[in-house]
Design a binder for this molecule. Structure first.
Ligand code: NOJ
Length: 755
């Protein structure tokens, strides 16, 4: 009893303190707002970029300093580093009438100066603690550099690898995507936004941006509410539940209304239904782009956006240029402007900027903590966990340090492509390419020879597009044949060939959609010639998306998918190739067998005519399987894991109770290693046609060679809920299959009944 009273009093104390903090903030902001003119309020809604350092869009802002001094700017992005941030903040707090400090944002996407693997890669670690840690390291570095707002995490569910931005997200699954979204938010924001090494996270792109038609960037999205609620919205919701401070609207339309002016999305769903209390920012010029979406002129679309609930205008300056007039014409109300202004000021207040506008500028901390040894060690560890072993003959890897190695390929010794897309603050010159990493890990006596072997692509037009941010595709002066001959001559004299191929980093990311996602012809030719030498060939693939590998890897002894692995790429790849670390990554996005299958994802539904090779009138292609080449959840190890003895503690599950699902996982190979044990369910009869499998849980377990472990999951009725036709989140009694395995394809299964 005493304990309960104590708990209750602590609870009351905690909430009264929160309330007191809120009251203090409200009083401060009310007082400030009472001094602000309409122009100054509108000024706070203006987020601009001078674009001089790091352009992330085609339009850049002008007269930035003057606008800050006149109180016409609420925040800046693309200004990075203690000195530059200080210069801009000085203008805001010394020259503007009300001295309101600025927000400083940036695309801190997978690390800041220390670059981690691309997010799609990190997600393949299935290690939410590690992912959270990566975001906290990024926040620590970014805040020392003067920033207080990260435009991350990107949580768009993506099932179309033609879309270049799949690199920035966590793949195809809403359950895993939700856990990662929450982990990232917590990593960036820590326990308090007022801490000097935490910043505002910004979940993006709200919403459904990953479902752009045809995988073409910025394209329209059209989706049923059922699909939206069950498959695409959960990660955004998870970020909101984790307390994300800001949200970015997406470029696409939803139900025919662009997200940035979509009241149903931004107000009815996000604020009213989900209870989001933070600030909503547009994407880069997305308010102005509503004119192109044929929603009206700049006056109309700016009014539509603020009335829809969008607070801050990124780069368009539509709010700055039109809202006052719209107010006079009664097309918007002062309440709309006040709401948006309060959201911006609250974000600043929570960061502690009113107490100390310079709190995130710390040159001494930047010098000490940015790209520190320990941050680089974290990047190396995370990179190793993100690699996925796609193919293996169980004899070629790990490599022996005594072997003679021919390291071949356009990405084998190429600093320019290690960081991956959206590494705006990473320095490619500080990255470790594979050749250097192999020498570091292999030691002084390593017998290794290098040849480029081929260009990433021989196509000058593709090269030009990949080189917008600097050299990524370097078309060699030598002829392709000359390069190939050099590679073959070193391959023939080696014990083993390691071929490093794939995409240049800027062939994925924003505005980097591709309709052909096979390995470039130049690299395919190289691989075929290497296979023909008869030497064992280990193919290392760097890419920002799942590529179509059909036909390109059949001759390989092993294939390691490393994504674009960041600053420590080469060291991490060498750690895995030499067996210092056993690979344990599992795919979070299916690798298609062919482009024509897209979208291909594990949680597809059964059709009314399930596939039957003997029945013409069943769902299938003439020329491709229905399934992915490598499915979601798939990934090999140097050792082998065997699953057995799937048991349910009861064949009946009752609401409010749980049943235990147990499986034995045995490491039957010669190496210690980690395995991601995955739990899936199928609702065998449902009012809404169900996916054949849905991920419901997973555990990453470490097993020594020869060791077996019993792995247990608790299954509850809540885990079986879904949005029905009336968009109610319910479960339906009846029969379910419960499945456990090491990928979405290979599972053990048992049935049970939900009462
Ligand atoms: C446009 C991108 O869609 C978004 O992700 C990014 O944060 C902004 N540009 C700012 O660079």
């Amino acid at each position: 009893m005493k304990k309960r009273i104590l708990c209750l009093s602590l609870f009351v104390l905690f909430f009264s303190q929160i309330n007191a903090q809120d009251q203090k903030m409200n009083a401060f902001i009310n007082a400030l707002m009472s001094k602000m003119t309409v122009d100054e309020k509108i000024g706070q809604l203006n987020l601009i970029t001078p674009g001089s350092d790091i352009p992330t869009g085609s339009v850049v802002s002008t007269n930035v300093e003057k606008k800050i001094a006149e109180g016409n700017v609420g925040g800046l992005f693309g200004v990075i580093g203690p000195e530059k941030v200080k210069q801009a903040q000085d203008i805001a707090v010394n020259k503007s009438r009300l001295k309101i400090p600025l927000l400083f944002g940036s695309d801190v996407i997978h690390g800041h100066r220390t670059t981690f693997p691309i997010p799609l890669g990190i997600s393949c670690s299935w290690d939410t603690a590690l992912i959270r840690y990566s975001a906290s390291v990024a926040a620590n570095e970014a805040t020392a550099d003067g920033l207080n707002w990260a435009f991350s995490p990107m949580v768009d569910i993506a099932r179309d690898p033609r879309w270049g931005r799949v690199a920035e997200g966590s793949g195809e699954d809403p359950f895993l995507g939700s856990l990662i979204a929450a982990a990232m938010v917590k990593g960036y924001q820590g326990n308090s936004l007022a801490d000097k090494n935490t910043l505002l996270a910004c979940v993006k792109h709200f919403a459904l941006y990953g479902a752009a038609e045809g995988g073409r960037d910025y394209n329209s999205v059209d989706m049923s509410k059922i699909k939206m609620y069950n498959e695409y919205l959960p990660p955004y919701k998870a970020a909101v539940d984790a307390g994300v401070a800001t949200i970015m609207s997406s470029f696409n339309d939803i139900d025919g209304v662009p997200a940035s002016g979509n009241k149903w999305l931004l107000t009815d769903l996000l604020r009213t239904k989900w209870g989001f209390k933070g600030m909503i920012v547009s994407d880069y010029t997305s308010i102005g782009e509503m004119v192109n979406h044929r929603q009206g002129d700049i006056n109309q679309v700016s009014a539509q956006a603020i009335k829809a609930g969008l607070d801050m205008d990124m780069v368009t300056e539509g709010y700055l240029g039109t809202l006052k007039k719209s107010l006079q014409e009664k097309k918007v109300s002062i309440a709309d402007i006040d709401r948006a202004c309060i959201m911006v000021l609250e974000a600043k207040y929570k960061l502690g900027l009113f107490e100390d506008p310079y709190r995130y500028i710390d040159a001494a901390r930047a010098a000490k903590e940015v790209l520190s040894e320990s941050n680089r060690a974290a990047a190396r560890k995370i990179a190793r966990e993100s690699f996925v072993l796609l193919q293996h003959d169980y004899k070629t890897l790990p490599l022996k340090k005594s072997a003679s190695i021919a390291l071949i390929g356009p990405l084998a010794n190429d600093k320019n492509n290690m960081l991956g897309t959206w590494a705006v603050s990473g320095d490619p010159q500080k990255s470790i390419p594979v050749l250097e990493g192999m020498k570091n890990v292999g030691g002084a006596g390593l017998n290794i020879q290098f040849a480029k072997g081929a260009n990433i692509t021989d196509d000058p037009s593709l090269a030009k597009q990949a080189n917008v941010f600097g050299l990524r595709v370097d078309i060699d002066k030598r002829s392709p044949d000359e390069m190939l001959q050099e590679a073959l001559s070193i391959a023939k004299n080696a014990d083993v060939v390691v071929a490093v191929v794939g995409e240049a980093s800027e062939l994925s990311g924003e505005a980097a959609s591709r309709s052909d996602i096979t390995l470039p012809a130049s690299e395919q030719k190289l691989l075929k010639a290497l296979y023909a030498t008869g030497k064992p060939v280990v193919v290392v693939i760097m890419s920002g998306r799942p590529l179509v590998l059909t036909g390109a890897i059949e001759g390989a002894a092993a294939v390691l998918q490393t994504w674009h692995a960041g600053t420590e790429a080469g060291n991490a790849i060498a750690d895995v190739l030499f067996g210092e670390v056993n690979p344990s990554g599992k795919l979070t996005m299916s690798f298609p067998y062919s482009v024509g299958q897209i979208p291909v994802y594990y949680s597809q539904k059964r059709t009314g005519r399930p596939i039957d090779p003997n029945n013409k009138f069943s769902t299938k292609y003439f020329d491709a399987p229905n399934e992915a080449l490598f499915p979601f959840g798939y990934g090999l190890s140097y050792t082998k894991f065997v699953y057995s003895d799937l048991k349910l503690s009861s064949s009946e599950l009752v609401k409010g109770k749980s049943i235990e699902v147990e499986v034995t996982v045995s490491n039957t190979g010669k190496f210690d290693g980690a395995e991601v044990v995955q739990l899936y369910t199928l609702d065998k009869v449902r009012s809404i046609t169900p996916p054949e499998k849905e991920l419901k849980g997973f555990q990453k377990v470490y097993l020594k060679a020869g060791e077996s472990k019993k792995i247990k999951f608790a299954l509850t009725e809540e885990m079986l809920r879904f949005y029905n036709a009336a968009l109610q989140f319910v479960s339906e009694p009846g029969e379910f299959s419960v499945m456990i395995g090491g990928s979405s394809k290979e599972v053990l299964s048992k049935d049970m009944v939900l009462k």
